[in-house]
Design a protein around this ligand. Structure first.
Ligand SMILES: Nc1ncnc2c1ncn2[C@@H]1O[C@H](COP(=O)(O)OP(=O)(O)OP(=O)(O)O)[C@@H](O)[C@H]1O
Length: 452
């Protein structure tokens, strides 16, 4: 008996894996990531291609992706589809029945995505080469056949990244338009006047800001303050907290926004003044467009999926992640430094893809404490990738008191070192330490809302 011939460009196992991701509730984040990355045309099996197209259509219409809706959408597609798709809907129904309850492992996700996209692209190449060959066999003029071949191969290349290829003339037109309409620039001032000076006005969409600090040096406080300020200025956004639960995030934002001591809030012992302030804050803050996600085991595919969803639904303009080293990875067998680098690269890409401000808190190692010096970007834990990917790195440092009874204790200021800045100067800003109000900086150091 001879073994069945397998076509290397028809990766049945990888395609089956991706399609089995479509329905299990527990694999939604991976599914959304796969739907974004893999084009339906990449599937060799026409039934899988049809299922994938239906799943993407449901996603774009904000409808649940389940077997019933998938089959319904596949049927709706039929008038525009080829006859082979009619049979594929019936096959699809049987296929879903046969795979009901199957939940794919997370581990091979990246490998299968890469296989399906690679094979899809190579199959398109083979198709074009076949057609080039057929034309050459019938051609009279070799030069003309060659020109045709170049044209078809060129299109193949463009199909992959057309939207990212810009002529300089178009870019100059966009440049002039941007210069003529300065108010359209998306720059969100941070809560601190001096920091806005260093950042040339504030936070920009498409950029990643890494906020580093030793534990307790206030990086969660400042990231939350910046997120809150974005929302106060009317921009919708996400706060993803792996470290604190949503109630604790709320406690802190209320303490800072209402200017009520955290200790009153944590002990649930508000005095009259506290209740008044919180009442006023409640009325103005209830409409703030902030969504908090407090999943302890955040992963990059999950973050991407929630952020893309939030972009579609609420047109978010910012996302804050607290904190980078708590974000897990789906990839196995990599050094943690490589994993963190992949996560920071993914977050940077997300800032560009969704055109949002990305704020990322990140831990520092103990190097600066040991060496008794201010922190540097290279002190970021598992740092290589973070240093390279961040557009701006802001490092928190609480200098120790040098004399008196409190010698060796952190003092009453926190210094924010802008250690890397792709869009302005480096430098530092000194702020009053007001952690009891979950706040950095006092009123005189704060930028008024609506002006830097
Ligand atoms: N009620 C309070 N009164 C005074 N200071 C407080 C109070 N609650 C918390 N703090 C201080 O606020 C700081 C916490 O800041 P924050 O959570 O932003 O730190 P972090 O840099 O994110 O560190 P970690 O990674 O440990 O969370 C700590 O220094 C803590 O001592």
């Amino acid at each position: 008996m001879t073994a069945p011939v397998t076509d290397p460009l028809r990766p049945l196992e990888a395609e089956t894996y991706l399609v089995t991701l479509l329905t299990p509730v527990t694999r939604r984040a991976l599914r959304d990531e796969a739907l974004t990355q893999v084009d339906p045309g990449c599937f060799a099996d026409p039934m899988f291609e049809h299922m994938w197209r239906a799943a993407r259509a449901l996603r774009d219409d904000d409808r649940a992706i389940n077997v019933r809706n998938l089959l319904g959408r596949m049927r709706d597609d039929l008038p525009q589809r080829s006859p082979r798709d009619h049979a594929s809907v019936q096959r699809a129904a049987r296929w879903f029945e046969g795979h009901a309850g199957h939940v794919p492992e997370v581990g091979p996700f990246g490998e299968h995505i890469a296989t399906v996209t690679r094979c899809g692209r190579l199959r398109r190449l083979v198709e074009v080469l076949d057609s080039v060959r057929a034309q050459a066999l019938e051609a009279d003029d070799p030069a003309q056949a060659l020109t045709l071949a170049y044209e078809q191969l060129g299109k193949l290349d463009q199909a992959d990244d057309d939207e990212h290829v810009h002529s300089y003339a178009d870019l100059l037109d966009q440049f002039l338009e941007a210069q003529r309409t300065p108010d359209d620039a998306f720059i969100v001032p941070t809560p601190w006047t001096d920091l806005n000076g260093l950042l040339l006005g504030g936070l920009r969409a498409g950029r990643m800001y890494v906020v580093g600090g030793r534990p307790g040096d206030g990086k969660s406080i400042s990231v939350l303050q910046m997120a809150h300020r974005c929302a106060e200025l009317g921009h919708a956004g996400l706060v993803l907290s792996a470290e604190m639960g949503a109630p604790e995030v709320t406690d802190r934002m209320v303490s800072s926004g209402a200017v009520v001591e955290q200790s009153q809030i944590t002990r649930r012992r508000l005095d009259d003044d506290g209740w008044n302030r919180i009442g006023e804050y409640y009325n103005r803050a209830r409409s703030l467009p902030i969504t908090v996600v407090d999943k302890p085991n955040l992963t990059l595919p999950y973050i991407k999926s929630v952020a893309r969803e939030a972009k579609r639904r609420n047109n978010i303009r910012f996302m804050a992640v607290d904190y980078l080293q708590l974000v897990g990875s789906d990839s196995r067998g990599q050094q943690r430094e490589q994993e963190v680098a992949a996560i920071s690269r993914g977050l940077k890409q997300l800032s560009r893809e969704l055109d949002i401000v990305v704020l990322v808190a990140a831990q520092l190692n103990r190097e600066n404490v040991r060496a008794e010096r201010r922190p540097k970007a290279s002190d970021l834990r598992e740092s290589g990738g973070i240093e390279a990917d961040a557009d701006v790195i802001i490092l928190h440092h609480r200098p120790l008191i040098e004399e008196g009874d409190l010698k060796g204790q952190p003092g009453y200021t926190v210094v924010l070192y802008v250690d890397k800045n792709r869009i302005g100067r480096t430098g530092f800003v000194e702020l009053d330490w007001r952690a009891h109000y979950a706040t950095l900086g006092s009123t005189r150091q704060h930028a008024p809302i609506g002006g830097a």
